[in-house]
Structure formats: C-alpha cells, structure tokens
Ligand binder design. Structure first.
Ligand SMILES: Nc1ncnc2c1ncn2[C@@H]1O[C@H](COP(=O)(O)OP(=O)(O)OP(=O)(O)O)[C@@H](O)[C@H]1O
Ligand SMILES: [Mg+2]
Length: 242
C-alpha cells in the first residue's frame, strides 16, 4: 500500500502540491488526470525523491516505510519503478549490462547468462522491439516511442511491485500504443503490481481499467471517481473542478 498524506512539495520555492492525499492499496490501478503544469509529474518525482522536488510537509509511506527517510536507491530496491515522461539516455551503459547487474543486486544471486538472454529475447519479441536493443546503450539514439518500449523491457525484467507510468503513451504510434497497453495489462495480471498512471489519453486509461481516477487541480485532488469520470472529463474538460 502506498499512502501519501498531507504532502506539500515545492519546486524552486514555488508550491506545487499542497496537503495532497492519496492511497493506492496493493494491486490497484489508480490514474491521475489534470491540466498541464498542475503537478502530476511532481507527484511521481516526489515519490522517487528527485532532489529538484522539495518535500516541505507530509509523508509518503510504502508498505509501512516512510520514503522521506529513504534514498532513491532504497526506493528502487523496495520495488517502486517509474517510466518517466521523457526517459533519459545513458550513453556507455548497455541495457543488457544494466539489467544483469540490477537483477543480481535485486535477487542477491549470480545471474545465469543463458537464461538471462533467453528471457530478454522473449520479452523483446513480445514487445516487438529488435533484439539488438539488448546491446545498445540505455535509450541512446532511440526514438521517443522506442524509449518507452525499452523502459517496458526493464519493467518485465526487473518486475517492480509498484509501477509509476508518467505519460507512457506520449511518442507511441497507434500500433505501439496497442502493444504497450496489452503488455501492461498482462504485466498487471501476472504480477498484481500496483500502478499509478498519469496520462492525457482517455483511451489508454479506459483500456487499463483503473480502480480509481483522481483529478488534480489547485495543488490537490479535486475529485476522485471510478472509470466513468474519464468520460466526464472527455466531455467537459477540467474547468468544472476546483
Ligand atoms: N525542475 C523544475 N524546475 C522548474 N519548474 C518546475 C520543475 N519541475 C516542475 N516545475 C514546474 O512545476 C509545475 C508542475 O509541473 P509538472 O511537471 O508536475 O506538471 P504536470 O501536471 O506533469 O504537467 P504535464 O501534463 O504538462 O506533464 C509546472 O509549473 C512546472 O513548470
Ligand atoms: Mg507531467
């Protein structure tokens, strides 16, 4: 369970979130929608302790641990993973190298190269990405859509228990979006991981069938509802919420 209570976050002395509250029980999918620049990515980055986002008050508790006392590395080890809105490239470190080291750290065991390669190849096939990605530097020289799929390869290999998706759909063409949606549904079914999804894409959200939909406005949750809230937003926009 992730429980965010009374969270106030500043970026460069500007208050972005003010007494923000949200609870995501284990295995549930929650979506956050809201106008541009309202603070959706700020929620994600605060959970991961991005140093540019300064937590002024409140708590973020994951499975009983206060993340304010944890480093980003600790948080990753707890099984929280984010696919960010604009995944960065890391030149000189290949996907394969990073995944093998991360897996052996996570599982505290030596990773057998043959079973590792078999698994990575299977996932590449499932995600419709070339096997050559395994030997390429992380996201380096990849298009926007390829980066999102490459990050999804990391998800399948590292098996997070809490997945944060910040605009996973941006940069994906219609076919790739279908593949990614299918893969996320399959991942959720297989692992029962919790998900926090940020998107402006109503179709993606409806397909992922979230347990709850929250609207972020004026630095806090203005409304929480079920999947029906997505159609309401599609019809009326965000102007009626405050
Ligand atoms: N590192 C930063 N430096 C300066 N301002 C920032 C920084 N990060 C966020 N902000 C500001 O904080 C506010 C909230 O940004 P955030 O990225 O959380 O919005 P968002 O809801 O994710 O928007 P979008 O839908 O466009 O992705 C914006 O006004 C943004 O300009
Ligand atoms: Mg954003």
């Amino acid at each position: 369970m992730l429980k965010i209570e009374d969270l106030t976050v500043n970026v460069l002395d500007k208050k972005i979130l003010d007494s923000f509250n949200m609870e995501i029980p284990d295995g549930e999918i929650h979506a956050v929608m809201g106008p541009n620049g309202v603070g959706k990515s700020t929620i994600c980055r605060s959970i991961l302790k991005d140093p540019n986002y300064s937590i002024k008050n409140g708590s973020i508790i994951y499975n009983g641990v206060d993340l304010r006392d944890s480093t980003t590395t600790d948080i990753a080890r707890m099984g929280i993973m984010m696919i960010s809105q604009s995944p960065i490239a890391i030149e000189g470190v290949t996907n394969g190298e990073m995944l093998r080291i991360a897996l052996s750290e996570k599982n505290n065991e030596h990773i057998d190269i043959f079973s590792f390669q078999r698994e990575v190849k299977e996932i590449c096939e499932k995600l419709n990405i070339p096997e050559s990605f395994i030997h390429r530097s992380i996201n380096d020289g990849m298009s926007g859509g390829e980066r999102k799929k490459n990050e999804l390869l990391h998800v399948w290999m590292l098996k997070p228990s809490f997945l944060i998706l910040d605009e996973i759909d941006s940069g994906l063409d219609v076919d790739a979006l279908k593949e990614v949606t299918k893969s996320l549904k399959e991942y959720h079914k297989e692992t029962n991981c919790s998900m926090l999804i940020i998107t402006h894409n109503p179709k993606l959200l409806k397909d992922l069938n979230p347990d709850k939909v929250h609207i972020l406005k004026n630095k806090k949750i203005a409304k929480t509802g079920s999947i029906e809230l997505i159609s309401e937003i599609e019809d009326l926009g965000f102007k009626n919420y405050s």
